[in-house]
Design a binder for this molecule. Structure first.
Ligand SMILES: C[S@@+](CC[C@H](N)C(=O)[O-])C[C@H]1O[C@@H](n2cnc3c(N)ncnc32)[C@H](O)[C@@H]1O
Length: 276
């Protein structure tokens, strides 16, 4: 039976971005490669599973599997009930909690694997393993779409911009001063807390919230666009399309003395890949 749901009353702009905009962007990227209809799709690092749900309900995909290391994927139906009035998750969607670096072949083989704002969070020592396990689940003509924003060395690469506003503060400030600035920053606005719901339980007090933010910051892997492209090639993937966006912010002279300008200003990378 077809699921009953409606996008008319979506209240949370982030929910709309994940349920509507991100799947639309990926569909657009896939338009020259046969689109999404009838495809088997894997989302790597699906968080609360909202994007996977959008893929399953809105894109005529055959099967969508979302995998995630945190148990936040249990929130998928709760959020969908609130935002799109969905009663139960569709039969073509499966969400699984995995361990970091777990092989993915048990979930099947896929026409498309995608990951959105995930790869900067994958532990450095697991990056190569994760890339090769994604390659292993691609069907022969399968594609891998990967998006990262913001990259670590860009102006908000710390992900801590809502609390420590100075661009590139994480590269400029002494580490203990940066930590103090985060701990003493103004209370987090409700919309920002909602955007961080994957990492910070909504009921968390301020010390718990700041500890979770610091943990998120110190576990970023610092990968650059150039390094990522090298690593995907080393994993046996061929880059079909490479799209990057840059910040408008002016690079402070003291950072230009240390880092390559291109590394500091490249904010986002989007790659489409296939088996080499
Ligand atoms: C910023 S969130 C993005 C979640 C989701 N893609 C979205 O846009 O809503 C990053 C996610 O990557 C997940 N993640 C980090 N390392 C991972 C790994 N090794 N395997 C799977 N997921 C991972 C995190 O647990 C987190 O849910």
């Amino acid at each position: 039976m077809a699921e009953v749901w409606s996008m008319q009353n979506i209240n949370d702009p982030l929910y709309r971005a994940k349920f509507v905009n991100c799947p639309d962007i990926i569909e657009d990227w896939l338009s020259e490669h046969g689109g999404l209809a009838g495809r088997d799709v894997l989302e790597f690092g699906c968080g609360e599973g909202t994007m996977s749900l959008g893929m399953a309900l809105r894109k005529e995909t055959r099967r969508v599997v979302g995998v995630e290391i945190l148990d936040v994927l249990k929130q998928c139906l709760h959020l969908a009930r609130r935002e799109i009035r969905l009663e139960s998750l569709p039969a073509n969607l499966d969400l699984f909690q995995i361990t970091p670096g777990q092989q993915l072949l048990q979930f099947g083989q896929f026409d498309l694997v995608y990951s959105w704002s995930v790869f900067e969070h994958v532990s450095q020592d697991l990056l190569a393993q994760v890339l090769s396990s994604i390659k292993a689940v691609l069907k022969p003509q399968g594609l891998f779409f990967l998006q990262i924003s913001p990259l670590y060395y860009s102006s908000n690469g710390s992900h801590m911009g809502p609390w420590v506003k100075e661009p590139w503060a994480h590269l400029s400030m002494q580490e203990d001063a940066f930590h103090r600035a985060l701990l003493t920053a103004a209370p987090t606005p409700a919309n920002v807390r909602s955007e961080w719901s994957v990492y910070i339980p909504i009921e968390a007090d301020t010390p718990t919230e700041r500890a979770a933010l610091w943990d998120t910051y110190i576990t970023l892997n610092k990968v650059t666009a150039t390094q990522l492209c090298r690593m995907v090639r080393e994993a046996g993937l061929e880059i079909v399309r490479d799209y990057r966006t840059k910040t408008d912010a002016a690079v402070p002279p003291h950072l230009a003395e240390i880092y390559q300008e291109d590394v500091l200003t490249t904010e986002q990378i989007v790659l489409l890949m296939r088996r080499a």
